[in-house]
Design a protein around this ligand. Structure first.
Ligand SMILES: Cc1cc2nc3c(=O)[nH]c(=O)nc-3n(C[C@H](O)[C@H](O)[C@H](O)COP(=O)(O)O)c2cc1C
Length: 374
């Protein structure tokens, strides 16, 4: 059997395989609260070694899309508890992805219509969030121009993550993943071209990484280091993230810093599915040297490429996004070399029941075929 499908001890958390369900926003939570359908969707996918939930906003301010389930009220905690109970009943493990979108928001999502916040007051060009348009209807809307956070406000952001991590614990999650990837708040600070701040959160590499590391440290203190992971997307270009001079050094410095902290894992999001430019093997080897703990890699992987990466030692765990949407029994399919179903792209984010918890397992598919042929 390939290493990918063998059990894995993730810094004390025992996983049934190294196959990870990557975080995927599905916009099914009408009132921003996870519900029975959410629980069913994740229960169906609990055969993953580890599930990482869709992004869950740590505050109303951190919201960038309508219908995403948050983690800042007791009602939301109760909703998530249904989900973790379902996953645990099936023997699975689940982390919640803690999310603050920063400037990838819209005034219609903010309390009293104020501007979203970021490192600087620069809008993400040609970047849509999902909010209320001018006609009051939900839909894709250009992200609003943010305001720059004052230095003395920044500890509040970290405090919101701490509160969310306390709620995550109450909701029964095995751990939390900080969403430090894909152009959202932490990247808006880490990016050396975008972030032109002159206080201790801008300028030098360590200054640009300060918010990320302060938040990691605060969550480590709250939950213990082995229940904290973080997702990063080195060289990410999503949502108007520009290239910058110190780029490779920034991510390797962060890798070295995280290495000192004995985390559950670092999760690299390779954006090649969306921007045609990957992280690249050269950088991956360098990152592997810089960060010595458990490493998850996600982005356009197949069973074969995931197995090869793990065998080569380039990562410890392989993440799968879209394949998990369409194949709730993905690990069974890998084990048995059964064919995979393809994802229905139009229903990825649409909010309805279709394309959510209605994808059959391979066995169910076969039964449907047999019934259909009688
Ligand atoms: C529908 C959808 C929603 C996503 N939502 C998130 C998210 O909430 N947080 C995140 O970090 N990445 C998100 N991603 C990125 C995925 O986690 C993953 O990195 C990406 O799909 C590439 O992996 P894949 O080729 O296996 O699908 C999303 C991707 C898709 C397709």
């Amino acid at each position: 059997m390939s290493q990918l499908l063998e059990k894995y001890d993730m810094n004390g958390i025992r996983l049934s395989s190294r196959v990870v369900m990557a975080p995927m926003t599905r916009c099914r939570a009408r009132t921003a609260v996870a519900d029975e359908q959410t629980a069913l969707y994740y229960r169906q996918r609990a055969g993953a070694g580890l599930i990482i939930s869709e992004g869950s906003q740590v505050s109303a301010e951190g919201t960038g899309y309508l219908y995403t389930p948050g983690i800042y009220t007791s009602e939301q905690v109760a909703g998530w508890k249904k989900v973790t109970d379902a996953v645990h009943e099936e023997g699975g493990k689940m982390f919640v992805q803690l999310w603050h979108v920063g400037r990838m928001s819209h005034v219609s999502l903010q309390k009293e219509g104020v501007a979203p916040v970021s490192s600087v007051d620069v809008a993400a060009r040609n970047s849509n969030c999902y909010a209320y348009g001018e006609n009051g209807e939900p839909g894709p809307v250009q992200a609003s121009r943010p305001r720059a956070l004052d230095t003395n406000e920044i500890p509040r952001i970290t405090a919101d993550f701490v509160s969310a991590s306390i709620r995550a614990d109450e909701a029964g999650f095995d751990g939390v993943e900080i969403h430090g990837a894909n152009g959202y708040l932490f990247e808006q600070f880490a990016n050396g071209k975008l972030n032109t701040r002159t206080d201790e959160y801008g300028g030098s590499t360590m200054n640009r990484l300060r918010l990320t590391l302060e938040t990691v440290d605060a969550l480590v203190e709250q939950l213990g280091s082995t229940r904290v992971g973080i997702r990063l997307s080195p060289f990410g270009r999503l949502y108007d993230m520009p290239a910058f001079d110190d780029e490779e050094n920034t991510w390797l410095t962060l890798g070295r810093e995280l290495s000192k902290r004995n985390l559950a894992y670092v999760h690299l999001s390779d954006q090649k599915a969306f921007i045609n430019e990957g992280i690249g093997e050269d950088f991956l080897w360098k990152f592997r040297d810089a960060y010595t703990g458990a490493l998850i890699l996600t982005g356009c992987l197949t069973q074969e490429s995931g197995e090869a990466l793990v065998e080569q030692g380039l990562c410890d765990l392989a993440g799968f996004g879209r394949p998990f949407v369409a194949n709730p029994d993905l690990v069974d399919r890998f084990r048995n070399r059964w064919p995979l179903s393809s994802v229905d792209l139009p229903t990825l984010y649409t909010g309805g029941e279709k394309g959510y918890a209605d994808y059959p397992t391979y066995q169910e598919q076969r039964e449907l075929c047999v019934e259909g042929s009688i």
